[in-house]
Design a protein around this ligand. Structure first.
Ligand SMILES: O=c1ccn([C@H]2C[C@H](O)[C@@H](COP(=O)(O)O)O2)c(=O)[nH]1
Length: 163
């Protein structure tokens, strides 16, 4: 993934949103952590991976991908809050040994660890785990990037439309 480009785009979007809402001087870290947890819940809901009581299939791939990149937005945004966007970050994504449900739970755990530690190592582990999930859900790097670009644009439009 072109991390530098994604960080740049996210930084511009975040600055725009903060200015629109007069939040330049606020600490948004905890709200962004909660936003990420919620987005990941929405993503899990679309995959239906945990719904052992239901026979309905998961949502369409594009729907799941859009939810997935909402999470990418908040992960990038949290990295920017911590000043990691200026650092050299190399993400190593190996195949997960967990099933999709286990991977979601691992990501929740890593968010909690990162929330407390706020360091680059815990951030990198969280980001890598999220990209492992992308692999499990069948998304290529290119698909993720393109979906991110699209949603980033939609987020600007929403701000202009009093979202
Ligand atoms: O500071 C912010 C706040 C929100 N978003 C984006 C991330 C998601 O793509 C979207 C969340 O929108 P809803 O969950 O309200 O649909 O907003 C950001 O990128 N930065």
């Amino acid at each position: 993934m072109q991390l530098e480009k994604l960080f740049q785009m996210q930084k511009a979007l975040d600055a725009y949103i903060e200015e629109m809402h007069g939040l330049q001087d606020e600490d948004l870290f905890n709200r962004k952590i909660l936003a990420l947890l919620v987005e990941i819940g929405e993503l899990a809901n679309e995959t239906r991976c945990f719904k052992f009581w239901s026979v309905k299939p998961s949502s369409a791939k594009e729907v799941i991908l859009e939810e997935f990149v909402d999470g990418v937005h908040f992960i990038l945004s949290l990295g920017i809050e911590c000043g990691f966007d200026g650092q050299q970050i190399e993400l190593n994504v190996h195949t997960s040994s967990l099933d999709v449900t286990g991977q979601f739970l691992r990501i929740y755990e890593l968010i909690s660890i990162f929330q407390k530690a706020k360091n680059l190592m815990s951030y990198k582990e969280l980001f890598e785990a999220y990209l492992q999930l992308a692999d499990q859900l069948g998304f290529s790097q290119l698909e993720m990037e393109q979906a991110y670009f699209q949603k980033n644009e939609v987020n600007y439009q929403r701000q202009q439309n009093n979202y």
